[in-house]
Design a protein around this ligand. Structure first.
Ligand code: XIL
Length: 367
């Protein structure tokens, strides 16, 4: 029996016994990915981190993890000048014990609603540009320095482009710094961890409706590169499905536009990561088997195309299981049913999406 299977049995023997042996001998996704030079991982945090069965599943399947919320300003920064590291430390401690690598998410999430309230009403004083810069540098330097060599890749800037316009989102810092607030974050991160990978992360998708968002992200990356800002890679979140639409079927993919988009990003000498993969099935009608098959086929097509880029090195799910997926508290399905957008179900058993991911890794070119 493999080590990882033992780890899984240790944490979730009941689920395994109930599932029977058919899938239990499947190699972990980590191994299938590693055979192609890829790292496979997942977000974990909050309630999912509190569930021993989920921790065991993640330990069995993943090579790396990313704290789902624990490294964000809202979690780390209850008040100006104050840092609260306990919850992030708990995940980092477990990851170290378990032999999992860690990604950091995120240092500067640009929309005001993702900053703590005190930032949005902050008094920047009589020299607002220098105070704004000081605040960003203080935050980035303190957080990145604390985790030093333990976090090898950071989402430095998250979602800076407004999908509706393709332009920079405004926040408390932009009146004083404009787009330079992003440069400041990247430079501070690089200075604090010179060997870590610095990532621009966003949710521009392959579906129709993302044209402006994709174009805006490419323009931003071009400007960052032209200014010599240390951005090493593009994180494609990969929340497949309706995105911000109230509902939509899984039939709006634009594979050629997506190939061009990834080609242009990698043409700027950027690496690629899939940072937050899942499939929102709120627009998919039918019974569970129909939905699962559609979700799996859609994801397989996306992964096949995206994995064809050898610059892609990491693939992370935004949670392995439907039990705690953020999709459950996003826009609900019309029929009120729970969503099924992760590779493992509510019962933590693998679903067709898990098989599709395994197949995509098996079919991927080696890098
Ligand atoms: C989400 C978390 O999953 C939720 O628990 C939280 O309430 C809001 O943020 N893009 C990102 C992630 O970059 O940080 C988001 O995570 C999902 C979308």
């Amino acid at each position: 029996m493999s080590l990882s299977r033992r780890a899984w049995l240790g944490g979730a023997g009941v689920a395994l016994a109930a599932a029977g042996a058919a899938w239990a001998d499947e190699p972990p996704l980590r191994d299938l990915a590693a055979a192609k030079g890829l790292r496979f991982g997942s977000a974990i945090g909050g309630r999912s981190f509190g569930d021993a069965q989920v921790r065991a599943l993640v330990a069995a399947q993943c090579a790396l993890v990313v704290p789902e919320n624990e490294l964000k300003w809202q979690a780390l920064r209850p008040a100006p000048g104050v840092f609260a590291f306990d919850r992030a430390d708990a995940i980092l401690g477990w990851a170290a014990q378990t032999g999992l690598a860690v990604r950091g998410h995120n240092l500067f999430w640009t929309a005001p609603k993702w900053f703590p309230a005190w930032v949005n009403s902050y008094d920047f004083g009589s020299r607002p540009a220098s105070e704004a810069e000081r605040l960003i540098v203080e935050h980035v330097t303190t957080v990145v320095t604390r985790y030093g060599a333990r976090i090898g890749s950071w989402d430095v800037v998250n979602e800076a482009i407004d999908p509706a316009t393709g332009e920079l989102r405004a926040n408390a810092f932009t009146p004083y710094l404009g787009e330079r607030c992003l440069d400041i974050a990247f430079h501070a991160a690089r200075a604090a961890a010179p060997r870590a990978q610095m990532v621009y992360n966003d949710y521009m998708g392959w579906e129709a409706g993302n044209e402006r968002h994709r174009a805006g992200v490419l323009r931003l990356l071009g400007r960052l590169k032209a200014r010599g800002v240390p951005v090493d890679a593009l994180g494609v979140q990969s929340h497949l499905g309706p995105g911000d639409l109230p509902t939509a079927p899984l039939d709006r993919a634009q594979p050629e536009a997506w190939r061009r988009f990834l080609g242009e990003a990698t043409g700027m000498d950027l690496g690629l990561l899939v940072t937050e993969f899942d499939v929102d099935d709120r627009g998919v009608p039918g019974d569970v088997a129909t939905r699962d098959a559609e979700v799996a086929a859609y994801a397989k097509a996306y992964l096949d195309l995206t994995l064809s880029f050898p610059q892609l090195r990491d693939v992370l799910c935004w949670g392995l299981d439907d039990r705690y997926s953020w999709l459950q508290s996003r826009s609900p399905r019309a029929d009120g049913a729970r969503k099924r957008g992760c590779p493992y179900g509510e019962d933590l058993r693998p679903k067709p999406l898990r098989a599709a991911m395994a197949e995509a890794f098996r079919a991927a070119p080696r890098r």
